[in-house]
Design a protein around this ligand. Structure first.
Ligand code: SAM
Length: 166
């Protein structure tokens, strides 16, 4: 949606100090506008750029700590920050591996991930997350694992995510 159209649709008089409405509107406005500045690209985790909102990083930490997975499957590696992040929590738990899948693992990212101290907990697979042969590789790695946590962060179209889920 274009900025002007978004503003017009959402223009209304609200009391920003009201508990619910003000916060909801401000949050919507913030989310919409911060994407223009690529806010989620501003962070790194233990030296690798991570493309996430800090709030989501906290949420994922809570999930990993709660589930204590044997394996974390992540689609979408990019610079490797989210792989290193999951690996770092697993390292604290003393258990578990991360398998990352990306259609295009850039050489410099691969090299940096491979030379990271947490690489011992990481397996990378290059290919599409909706390719059956790639899915089979992941199945093989997941075989025998009781708790598997999956994060889908590759192509975010509904069609693609639905195929990934299938
Ligand atoms: C948003 S980035 C991932 C960010 C990363 N999870 C992080 O938190 O730092 C999306 C990644 O998905 C990859 N990608 C796009 N389509 C894909 C597909 N069909 N299968 C696997 N990876 C894909 C892109 O190459 C890109 O590196």
């Amino acid at each position: 949606m274009k900025d002007k159209e978004f503003e017009k649709r959402n223009r209304t008089n609200i009391n920003l100090m009201s508990k619910d409405l003000g916060l909801k509107r401000l949050s919507k406005n913030w989310i919409f506008n911060c994407s223009k500045y690529e806010y989620s690209y501003h962070f790194s985790w233990l030296g690798r750029p991570i493309i996430q909102f800090p709030q989501d990083i906290i949420a994922v930490q809570e999930l990993i700590w709660k589930v204590k997975p044997d394996l974390v499957v992540e689609t979408g590696i990019a610079h490797g920050g989210s792989l290193i992040f999951s690996a770092s929590i697993l390292e604290l738990l003393g258990h578990g591996k991360v398998v990352g899948i990306d259609i295009d693992i850039r050489k410099h990212n691969k090299k940096a991930i491979e030379s990271h101290p947490l690489h011992k907990r990481i397996i990378m697979i290059e290919g599409s997350s909706i390719d059956e042969t790639i899915a089979k590789k992941v199945y093989r790695i997941a075989k025998g694992k009781k708790r598997v946590l999956v994060f889908l962060d590759s192509n975010h179209t509904s069609d693609h995510v639905s195929k990934e889920l299938n």
